[in-house]
Write a protein that binds this ligand. Sequence first.
Ligand SMILES: *Cc1c(COP(=O)(O)O)cnc(C)c1O
Length: 369
Amino acid sequence: MEFIDLKAQQKFIRKSLNTSINKVLDDGRYILGEEVSQLEKQLSSFCGSQHSIGCSNGTDALIIALLALGIKPGDGVITVPFTYIATLEAIATIGAIPVLVDVYDSTFNMNPELIEDVIKNSEYNIKAIMPVDLFGLPARYRLIKEISEKYGLKVIGDAAQSFGASKNTLNVGKFSDITTTSFFPAKPLGCYGDGGAIFTDSDEYNKIIRSLAVHGKGSDKYDNIRIGLNSRLDTLQAAILIEKLKIFEKEIELRNKIADLYRKKLNNLDVRFQYIPQGYKSVYAQFSIVFDNQKVRDEAQLLLSKKNIPSVIYYSIPGHLQTGYKYLNYKKGDFPVTEKLSNTILSLPMHPYLNEDDLDKIVGVIKTI
Ligand SMILES: *Cc1c(COP(=O)(O)O)cnc(C)c1O
């Protein structure tokens, strides 16, 4: 059994993939070929964003978003410790300071009720808030936006795991000043290498982002009006994403069906799930369950692995306890919800083509605990 089965997906699109990959090989424009702008248009119509800009990966997407909003070294950016390290890393890379707030125990996303205290008491000049849509579920952007407006802050949505998700009629890509995503193969919409995208409704940010992604170019790439990065999306990856986007909507439905089945079958056990609030739709980048305590969780993982069922702990070391981030001076106990989740959470196999037999096998093992 695979944790994420990309081969099962490939069966459905292999033929059209071969055709479109061959077309790129024939065209010979491996960087900024026409597939890139074609994909950008399709991403925009998919999520409703005015502008979509392809880039090299989800981490660069965050760095570019921070630079586009004018975040400077020493500025504070509020984010969460319960995330993949790239969120904190992007802030730290540009010399800004990740200022952390804990997450909700129910949704695992940023707890907006904790933000104002941090803004008032931080020794840093807070300039932006960067929520993360963990496991594919959008954060509480309405409340976060209220706070950002009150204090004149920008919002950058780290939607690396949540492209395709929505709240009521609004899609991911529309909640923040700038939204970023990743097309890493294991993400819900993944390519066959590294890739990412940035979404905004602002014409001005669009211009700056496009410049930043190509060495800060001005009128052409040898006229450099700002310090940028080399962060373009490959034509081949764009061609692959165009094929994957065709089945993405259907795959989101399948992921939701599998998650519903998981919830139903695990219902009577001593585990709980990520709470999906009314009106929210997740893309289930992961299906994660939370156990009573660490001992049961670790035992569950061991029993699963004995039956060759893969499972992963996202995230076993919270951001504030990572060695590379000691300079932020956080300590154990600072973010109790995150720390408790780190010790009790487990992500189970999740992909659109997981069948009910496999699901029963997984649930069967968990039932024995
Ligand atoms: C995957 C991920 C990233 C980084 O994306 P890459 O394409 O791997 O650079 C950033 N933030 C979160 C929350 C992620 O899950």
